[in-house]
Design a protein around this ligand. Structure first.
Ligand SMILES: [Zn+2]
Length: 536
């Protein structure tokens, strides 16, 4: 009889605590508690799917019920161990919360609890996806949990602990399992492929680990799939096509393009990837990951151990990190992360991705405030201002140069809201001509009135007008908006792109003097900036 093919996840399921990959913190604690006979009644394993929750639960069940148990190293030879491993032990009941979420099943469970185990020491209930139980079922379970018979142990597993009733949580010893670092996944996959006599290179293994996002089960079943497709020789491109992933060298190319400020190459690379049907959402996540690693490396200190990538990739990252500083990396991450949510629901993901790339490149070119001050000081010494004069005149105030722009959508939303108000109250619309959004912070949209028309604010600012404007803004901006009207300095030219904070209380430094200062003039020229706010 031909031997039936056994899927890798099953064949390589860990049988001992020491074989569990990437969850040492959990295995060690459980082993210690067994050795010290400090056993709880109920355990809860929390973590994303496919990272070993059920495997640990079964090992733990064996450890408790092994003929030699409780022991940290179940023998795997006795009937109890064998039955648990095969899933047919009478004393270890596995319940899938997702399919048995009825109160009846839990009542039944509660009733069987009372009987002593058939032949092992404990009656063990493993309830997977425990958060899926209905409230009624939870409550029935709670009764048993409050006063469990001494021979009963509960092992719960969940991907969503927020949905588990607090009264249940408080009665469990909780363990949080982690996503498995990709270097550990790669090592484990190497062991498997060697045993299965499959030729596979490191790039392909790394790609599998990347696609599995820290999940052992996903990694193993992808490998299954690949062996079925490709036989005993697997290359990186095979893996990438399974996941719709983008090769690491393309991600590196995009990163280079952003660092070098090369918009053309960035957009071209994206176009190519989109045209061959790559998953752009996934690509953005990978790009963000890459920048996260760059950030860690540019910050220094913590060092490379926080960067979980193969050596080859680490070299590349280090080389890129040498060409950019952490401030710029942070701004790029901001720009990219901003697009993530938008991309998710967009029909044309490419447009949003393109915008994100352009934003990232612009963000890279911006100079941080510290850089501005440094350059200003350099300028100052070039212009040869005497130290005495410098001391008597006010210190150059920090200048808020125009940075990341308020999304043009803010202007658009405001125009839309005003247009609509105009249909209801034409007069109000005329009063709002020339107003502009100044900032949008913490749900408050500040609208600036030109000082020349300051009195118009009184006419416009009524509860009814606000209500209409706010409702229309919400339509466009998809969030609750509360309006604030302010008199702004010279609304017209300077406002559009800026996130200005609150209006300064009173101009301590005379703004027009400031603008005429040759030093400031020169600085604005260099930074292609404009003055939005003058602070002392
Ligand atoms: Zn045993």
């Amino acid at each position: 009889m031909a031997q039936q093919y056994q899927v890798l996840a099953r064949k390589w399921r860990p049988q001992q605590f020491d074989e569990v990959v990437g969850q040492d913190h959990v295995s060690t604690t459980l082993k210690n508690s067994i050795e010290q006979s400090r056993l709880a009644h109920a355990y809860l394993f929390v973590g994303p799917r496919g990272i070993g929750k059920t495997s640990i639960a079964r090992i733990f069940a064996k450890a408790l019920n092994c003929i030699k148990g409780p022991t940290a190293t179940p023998c795997d030879k006795c009937d109890n161990c064998k039955e648990i491993a095969a899933g047919n032990s009478l004393d270890v009941l596995e319940i899938d919360g997702a399919s048995n979420n009825g109160v009846e099943q839990v009542r039944e469970l509660r009733d069987t609890c009372r009987y002593t185990p058939a032949r092992a020491k404990f009656k063990i209930y493993i309830i997977d996806e425990v958060h899926m139980l209905t409230t009624a079922a939870f409550n029935a379970l709670l009764k048993t949990l409050e006063e469990p018979p001494a021979h009963v142990k509960f092992i719960f597993a969940t991907t969503d602990p927020q949905k588990v009733l607090p009264t249940i949580l408080s009665r469990c010893q909780r363990f949080d399992l982690r996503r498995i670092p990709s270097t550990l996944l790669v090592n484990h996959l190497k062991k498997i492929t060697k045993d299965e006599k499959v030729a596979i290179d490191d790039e392909a293994l790394t790609a599998i680990a990347r696609g599995a996002e820290g999940g052992m089960r996903d990694a193993e079943s992808t490998l299954d799939q690949l062996i079925a497709f490709c036989g005993d020789k697997i290359a990186e491109k095979d893996v990438l096509s399974v996941f719709g992933l983008v090769a690491q060298d393309k991600i590196a190319a995009l990163t280079d393009a952003i660092i070098d400020g090369n918009t053309n190459i960035a957009l071209k690379t994206l176009k190519e990837l989109d045209e061959v049907g790559k998953d752009l959402q996934r690509l953005l996540a990978d790009l963000l990951d890459h920048y996260r690693n760059l950030l860690v490396l540019t910050i220094g200190g913590a060092g490379a151990e926080l960067v979980d990538v193969p050596d080859m990739e680490l070299e590349l990252l280090k080389q890129q990190a040498g060409r950019i500083d952490s401030d710029a990396v942070l701004r790029i991450i901001d720009a990219l992360a901003g697009a993530e949510a938008r991309l998710r629901y967009a029909l044309s993901k490419r447009i949003y991705f393109e915008i994100a790339l352009v934003r990232a490149i612009k963000a890279r070119e911006l100079i941080g405030l510290e850089g501005v001050l440094k350059k200003l000081n350099e300028l100052k010494s070039q212009l040869g201002s005497a130290p005495a004069a410098a001391a008597s005149s006010p210190r150059p105030a920090p200048v808020n140069l125009v940075r990341e722009t308020t999304p043009a959508s803010l202007d658009e939303a405001w125009t839309y809201a005003v247009e609509h108000l105009g249909k209801v109250t034409p007069l109000a619309k005329t009063y709002l001509v020339g107003t502009k959004p100044l900032s949008h912070q913490a749900g408050t949209l500040t609208i600036g009135f030109d000082p020349e028309f300051a009195e118009r604010r009184e006419f416009v600012d009524t509860a009814r007008n606000r209500e209409i404007l706010q409702a229309k803004l919400k339509e466009k901006l998809h969030t609750d908006i509360s309006l604030k009207f302010e008199i702004a300095d010279s609304v017209a030219p300077a406002i559009k792109p800026v996130a200005v904070a609150a209006k300064p209380p009173a101009p301590i430094v005379n703004a027009s003097d400031f603008k005429n200062d040759p030093l400031i003039k020169k600085a604005l020229e260099i930074f292609k900036g404009q003055i939005v706010e003058v602070r002392k």
